[in-house]
Ligand binder design. Structure first.
Ligand code: HEM
Length: 484
């Protein structure tokens, strides 16, 4: 049923089946699955082989990290676009403490608080904190474009300098990571991190702090002989928060001193000042920097892989619209760039930056795949592997192919099946749901990135390799714009 109407509606005629799959023997089963997942098969093959084996896109399996970090690694995995959206239904699923999956890092990483992203919608504090975030973002609406555009100028200059230097190449991740950190810090506080104790170390401080929390979910992709050593080292006992306290404290102090205005706002809303500050650090470091510093390399990777043909089409569209608008890059101008918009959605579809979502069944419930219905018991952990939902061949034609114009015109109806933000692309984040509050900001930033890039360059050459949780991109050349 390729590319026909999105098939997510309840169908009462589907047969009710038991969920196939296996958790294996206690202790050994989770270790076996974890080894398959990280080292023997890799995550796509891990799920693909199990779909085949059990002839189902809803299966039982263990998810890493397993023993001894997670006491219960058992999940019900949703691997298609029909079943996945149950994870967005807050009346049916509980999102308490499941941000990182089957384990939760110590709250010592976050000043003793369970920050907003760990809270369920039934917790009053979630709604209070989420309202605060949504309020900050909407009040900064007029800052997004000028601030991001000026930081992109620095980012492009910085890459050009590196290309002109000895190595003749530029580390894309380092350059865009610095821009992303400064953007969010300035957006939240109106101050440059360089004027605080953070200095230019923001990305490094966040990466140290994040690395200690998320290490059990990662692999460095080392040669095979190191696999067991790596596995034992990072998945037996959690990294203690005190080991990265120095980095975290610097981030906290930076936000606390630069963010007096926004912290005053939080107090007015009834949030304790230190709780607000820990939440801002978490949003800045984990949600925003963690998301964006992965998203932009994903964006440039897919644009690069698509080749010069697409670069020319994007440059033509962007330059024509900007020329027609008298040289101004405004929100109205961005809205007229239909290919640019569609390309960004296609990137978000083909490689969602946060590929996993978890939730626990609030009650006994029934989830439907395209061809069967399955019962899930109250308290069972549900896990969605998003790339398999947004590359579901029953929804998207040629799902593995990057199709830049996929979401133009009639294709827009497929946007309801783009899930990167922990919600449908046609839905909006609210204080009462768990959708990313920066959903529209992220789409905007990706579009502005492409606009500024193709106003300045015709095309580029690059290399990339997968590393830990996303691609590492090296820019090899940037060809300056020839006709604008
Ligand atoms: C490309 C970048 C980003 C991606 C891919 C992303 C993705 C997500 C996802 C998938 C979730 C839900 C996690 C879950 O519950 O399973 C989420 C939540 C959240 N995101 Fe984003 N995000 C990004 C950028 C941002 C930015 C820039 C901000 C803030 C300025 C932000 C703030 C948040 C917050 C506060 C939550 C928790 C929402 C809640 O608890 O209701 N994110 N994000």
């Amino acid at each position: 049923m390729a590319s026909s109407a999105p098939n997510n509606n309840t169908n009462n005629n589907l047969p009710l089946k038991p969920i196939p799959g296996s958790y294996g023997l206690p202790f050994l089963g989770p270790l076996h699955d974890r080894h398959d997942y990280f080292y023997k098969q890799g995550r796509d093959e891990f799920f693909a082989t199990r779909i085949q084996k059990y002839n189902s896109t809803v299966i039982r399996t263990n998810m890493p990290p397993g023993p001894f970090i997670a006491h219960d690694p058992k999940v019900i995995a949703l691997l298609d676009a029909a079943s996945f959206p149950i994870l967005f239904d807050n009346s049916k699923v509980d999102k308490r403490d499941v941000l990182d999956g089957t384990f939760m890092p110590s709250t010592a990483f976050t000043g003793g608080y369970r920050t907003c992203a760990f809270q369920d919608t039934t917790e009053p504090e979630h709604s209070l904190l989420k309202s605060f975030f949504l309020h900050i973002l909407s009040s900064k609406h007029n800052t997004f474009l000028p601030l991001f555009r000026s930081l992109l100028t620095d980012h492009f200059n910085n890459m050009e300098e590196s290309l002109a230097g000895k190595s003749k190449e530029a580390s894309y991740n380092t350059s865009i990571g610095a821009a992303a950190f400064t953007f969010i810090f300035r957006l939240l506080t109106d101050k440059d991190p360089n004027t605080t104790v953070i200095g230019s170390e923001g990305p490094k401080l966040v990466e140290t702090w994040l690395g200690a929390q998320l290490a059990p979910l990662a692999t460095l992709g080392l040669p095979k002989i190191f696999n067991y050593v790596e596995d034992v080292l990072i998945r037996t006992v959690p990294f203690p928060a005190w080991a990265v306290k120095g980095s975290y404290n610097k981030l906290y102090e930076g936000v606390s001193t630069a963010g007096t205005a926004v912290l005053d706002e939080a107090e007015k809303l009834g949030i304790k000042r230190d709780e607000a500050c820990h939440n801002l650090v978490f949003m800045l470091g984990f949600n925003a920097f963690g998301g964006l510093s992965n998203q932009f390399p994903i964006l440039i990777k897919w644009i690069g892989l698509a080749g010069e043909g697409l670069h020319k089409q994007l440059a033509d569209e962007i330059r024509t619209v900007v020329r027609d608008e008298g040289g101004v890059v405004s929100l109205a101008a961005l809205d007229k760039m239909t290919l640019t918009k569609s390309v960004v959605y296609e990137v978000l579809r083909i490689e969602p930056a946060v590929p996993y979502q978890y939730a626990k069944a609030r009650e006994d419930l029934v989830v439907q795949s395209h061809d069967a219905a399955y019962e899930i018991k109250k308290g069972e952990m549900i896990f969605g592997y998003q790339p398999f939902a947004t590359k579901d061949p029953k929804i998207f034609e040629n799902p593995e192919e990057f199709v830049g114009h996929r979401f133009i015109g009639d294709g827009e109806r497929l946007l309801r099946n783009v899930f990167w933000s922990n919600g449908r692309e046609v839905d909006e984040p609210t204080a009462d749901n768990k959708q990313c509050p920066a959903k529209n900001l992220v789409v905007l930033l990706c579009r502005v990135y492409l606009v500024e890039f193709f106003l300045r360059y015709d095309t580029f050459a690059f290399d990339w390799k997968p590393l830990v949780l996303g691609p590492t991109v090296t820019i090899k050349s940037l060809t300056k714009c020839s006709n604008f």
